[in-house]
Design a protein around this ligand. Structure first.
Ligand SMILES: [Zn+2]
Ligand SMILES: [Zn+2]
Length: 278
């Protein structure tokens, strides 16, 4: 079976990506035989507080974005420069289907900015993401299960993702529903999907009725149960995304992910670059 398209790749046009390369990512996609690749650069709309002990440890390209109060303010995406680069790659790699895209961070909190960005540009592929949560101190915080009990962070994350999915924010694919699992501690009780079945199903049901697609993000392996629940609640479409921030990770883990999604009841779409369907 051929590999699915990679619908979630970052390049040098994402502010947090120093190892990115659009050209290199196209070459890697061709090498792997991927039918298409979508460059979904960050439009990070929410500034978030970096805890004081972490600030000196930040890489330079993060530290230069720090305000004096310790809040990290991501820069705007240079859409014109980015889209020009997409055009260059399309000309250079005509056998690869290259989609333009954007990953909107918490667009439901920033409707005027998110709506204006999408109105001004014709992106092929729009992801909706949650990366941060509101804290008690009036700031937003990166989603991490390091400081708080992991189960609590995951539940808070899924509650916010539900808010995103239930909103009318304009995006076609829910990115990384399992984002909070990336920092699940190696020590202590392991993650058990069944413990969070009700919370996942609530999000998945809302996603299905919104008509949007579920992304299987391969940065960490998505528990197969989530895809099965997506099928059971009537979910229609599955997108695959490596979330690569360097060319070597384009299509990472896709063979395993495709097998898992197929076991969950989904099949490749009518064309190789389509979403997978039930
Ligand atoms: Zn993301
Ligand atoms: Zn991403």
């Amino acid at each position: 079976m051929s590999l699915p398209p990679d619908g979630h790749v970052h390049t040098e046009w994402s502010w947090d990506t120093v190892t990115g390369s659009m050209t290199g990512s196209c070459e890697r996609a061709l090498e792997l035989g991927l039918p298409s690749v979508a460059f979904t650069e960050h439009a990070d709309l929410t500034p978030w507080l970096i805890p004081a002990p972490v600030r000196p440890l930040l890489p330079d390209h993060f530290r230069v974005r720090l305000r004096p109060d310790g809040v990290l303010e991501p820069p705007d995406l240079d859409v014109a420069g980015y889209l020009a680069c997409v055009e260059e790659c399309r000309a250079r790699f005509p056998s690869l289907r290259i989609l333009s895209g954007v990953e909107l961070s918490e667009p439901h909190w920033h409707r005027p900015r998110a709506d204006a960005l999408l109105a001004a540009h014709d992106f092929d592929h729009v992801l909706g993401s949650v990366h941060s949560l509101p804290g008690d101190d009036g700031h937003h915080h990166e989603v991490t299960v390091v400081s708080d009990p992991p189960a609590e962070v995951l539940r808070a994350y899924l509650t916010e993702v539900l808010g995103l999915v239930e909103s009318t924010a304009d995006f076609a694919v829910l990115a990384h529903i399992d984002y909070a699992l990336r920092s699940w501690p190696g020590e202590g009780p392991p993650f058990v999907a069944a413990d969070f079945e009700a919370e996942f199903r609530t999000v998945l049901r809302a996603l299905a009725s919104s008509g949007r697609a579920l992304e299987v993000n391969t940065k960490v392996p998505l528990p197969g149960e989530v895809v099965r629940w997506w099928f059971e609640v009537g979910g229609d479409a599955v997108a695959f995304g490596s979330d690569a921030h360097e060319p070597g990770l384009v299509g990472h883990g896709f063979a395993e992910a495709a097998a898992m999604v197929e076991a969950g009841g989904f099949r490749p779409g009518r064309t190789p670059h389509d979403f997978w369907r039930r």
